[in-house]
Design a binder for this molecule. Sequence first.
Ligand code: MN
Ligand code: MN
Length: 324
Amino acid sequence: MYKPKDSSLSPRFCGVRTFMRLEQVKTTENVDFVVMGVPFDTAASNRTGQRSAPQHIRNFSVLLKPYNPDVDINIFDHCSGVDYGDVDVIPGNIHRTYDKMVSEIYPILEKGIIPIIMGGDHSISLGNLRAFYKAYGPIALVHFDSHGDTWDNYYGEKYMHGTPFRRAVEEGLIDVEHSIQVGMRGSLYSPADLQDARDLGFEVITMKEIRQIGMNEVLERIHRRVEDKKVFVSYDIDFVDPAFAPGTGTPEVGGPTSFEALEYVRGLKGLDTVGFDLVEVLPSYDPGEITAALASSIIFEMITQVAVKKEAEISAVLERNLPR
Ligand code: MN
Ligand code: MN
């Protein structure tokens, strides 16, 4: 059973910084989740430096405590987890990086463990989805972002941070009938940019629609779309308004608040989520560690979802074994 260091006994500013002060152990034994980094950023179209995000988020995350009052759960009463470290990416070589990601992530999935993966730029999601496909076949995708990331290419290059979900559909990695994109906004090249995602088969909820129908209706639509399918949640930090998440490469104004950013993760309760990523944090544009604070809390909510899922599984087993 792995849990964070107790900060009431050991001051949180002491020691080498891992996510949430979890032990850094590269193990797939006795763990329900792992937090890991994929510090790859050479597919970013504008600012780079997302390679420094995993450590930046870890540095801030030492402030996290194990009890989540918003869902009334003590995470480590229900699950065990470690900081799995980082994948050794190959800067500038996305294909070899994808291969490394698949060989690192697949053994985790094979054991039924839920990985929570910190990017890196958004190109890493294609590597994640390839690993998930190998373990589970095509799975549903819930994608929070201000961008659809379904462009075809940049400068003729097919593997960039704005193309992973088009490639994923082309490769058959996603069960697109059960997949949804949420939060799209900002200037585009043409109306086709949004329509293309719908033509690929995604349900798309733009930021404007979110404001019209409200967060609860958005969450209901997510649940209706995904149903009981296994789902991967991909969370681009630029989904959130840059007032709350300035540290990112392609910010778009007019987005959700940090409170809403967390509520969207809490609202996933009940889905069969098998993995998460949180991408595009850019430390060099993060004054006062505002973005790191939000990113660590989003990951905390993701880990909470693992605990909620484990608790539900255990109660289901108990229920079945009750004498009648
Ligand atoms: Mn993105
Ligand atoms: Mn984005």
